[in-house]
Design a protein around this ligand. Structure first.
Ligand SMILES: Nc1ncnc2c1ncn2[C@@H]1O[C@H](COP(=O)(O)OP(=O)(O)OP(=O)(O)O)[C@@H](O)[C@H]1O
Ligand SMILES: [Mg+2]
Length: 366
């Protein structure tokens, strides 16, 4: 294609889903590009599963349209949508062999018998479990069973792969491993994937694009680094990562900086990305990892950075890093996660804190 931009393969246009009085999904417009991995991220009950079930054909939209490859599919029955699905509890058929489980999706697709064997073998190779055709699901571990579920979903060569919290039943280590596995498989096959999770780390590490949802509404969409570094509202900043929200008022604006007087009386400056003028009430968002804390006696301020003083109020040692709550003036405190470039500070110790203006992200006070 001449434009170089990939075409959307799935499109939601004004999609809304109501269950009685409950609005599960509210006026959603969203495009998913071909070959990409998109995660639907948000707290429990925000409508992730409902959105996915509408793509799958398990739920009918109350309003709006869903398109796959440019064709409106609202009324297309499930078996005519070429989709692979993987859910939280892998739901393999316990009394069928692995071969039968994986071949299941091909049954209704008029695939010649010899091709079935070949496709199943290939799918099992893709999930790195060759040769388990004759075993029963109970003879495989949880992680292996989930890979079989993946094999069953990809064997039909789906247009879109739908995954609803597929890793949440696994323990933390296995989950990490499987996360990489899903990621690799998706890239190898180049299959468009919609992945539902409420785990921000999962979303950040895997996605080409994240759709952050709350109460059925889209909060923000974008690549992980944009959603993480440039959250458009308080909810998104709070949901992803450890954020400090510092209220203040814009006291000056020039080409480069927006100066904000915060509640301690200190004036901090943020990079000027436009949109703010003197007198605006703002929230300054700073990630806990972006602050650097220094021992008072050694501190030499770096020009061009914000710096202020505080006192260690609380600390927790977390192995590779230390989490501090630092008390500023006027009863305000900030959360700082320090990679221990110096030493561990004592409770009550006075420290100097520094942060670069480009790590101070401003949003309008809601
Ligand atoms: N069949 C249903 N009947 C009535 N209400 C429903 C139904 N399915 C979902 N809901 C409601 O719709 C809202 C969205 O539910 P959904 O399952 O999509 O959330 P979710 O984001 O997947 O949550 P979780 O992370 O807990 O899986 C919730 O308020 C839920 O109670
Ligand atoms: Mg769900």
């Amino acid at each position: 294609m001449a434009t170089g931009k990939k075409q959307p393969i799935v499109q939601f246009k004004g999609i809304m889903k109501r269950f009685g009085k409950v609005v599960a999904v509210e006026k959603m417009d969203f495009d998913i590009e071909e070959g990409s991995l998109v995660t639907l991220l948000g707290p429990s009950g925000c409508g992730k599963t409902t959105l996915l079930r509408m793509v799958a054909g398990l739920e009918e939209p109350t309003e709006g349209d869903i398109f796959i490859k440019g064709v409106r599919i609202n009324d297309t029955p499930i078996h005519k949508r070429n989709l692979g699905m993987i859910f939280q509890n892998y739901a393999l058929f316990p009394h069928k062999t692995i071969f039968e489980n994986v071949a299941f999706g091909l049954k209704y697709r008029d695939v010649p018998k010899e091709d079935v064997t070949q496709k199943v073998t290939r799918a099992l190779e893709m999930v790195r479990l060759p040769g388990v055709e004759n075993r029963m699901p109970s003879q495989l571990s949880g992680g292996q069973q989930q890979r079989i579920a993946m094999a069953r979903a990809i064997v039909i060569e789906p247009d879109v792969l739908l995954m609803d919290e597929p890793l949440s039943a696994l323990d933390e280590n296995l989950r990490e491993e499987m996360r990489r596995e899903v990621d690799n498989l998706q890239q190898m096959l180049g299959v468009t994937t919609i992945f539902v999770t409420h785990d921000q780390r999962e979303a950040l590490s895997m996605s080409d694009k994240i759709l952050v949802m709350k109460d059925g509404r889209k909060q923000q969409e974008g690549p992980p680094e944009v959603v993480y570094n440039e959250p458009t509202n308080h909810f998104v900043a709070d949901f992803l990562g450890h954020s400090n929200f510092i209220k203040g008022e814009v006291v000056a604006v020039d080409d480069q900086h927006v100066d904000v007087r915060i509640e301690t009386g200190d004036v901090l400056f943020a990079e000027n990305k436009g949109g703010f003028s003197k007198g605006d009430a703002v929230e300054m968002i700073v990630r806990a990892q972006r602050f650097d804390a220094f021992p008072m006696e050694e501190f030499e301020p770096t020009e061009g950075l914000n710096h202020f003083e505080g006192r260690i109020k609380d600390r927790s040692y977390m192995g590779g890093e230390v989490s501090y709550f630092i008390e500023l003036g006027n009863n305000r405190e900030i959360h700082v996660i320090s990679m221990m470039r110096t030493r561990i500070y004592n409770l009550g110790e006075a420290v100097s804190v520094q942060v670069a203006p480009h790590h101070c992200h401003l949003i309008a006070l809601e």
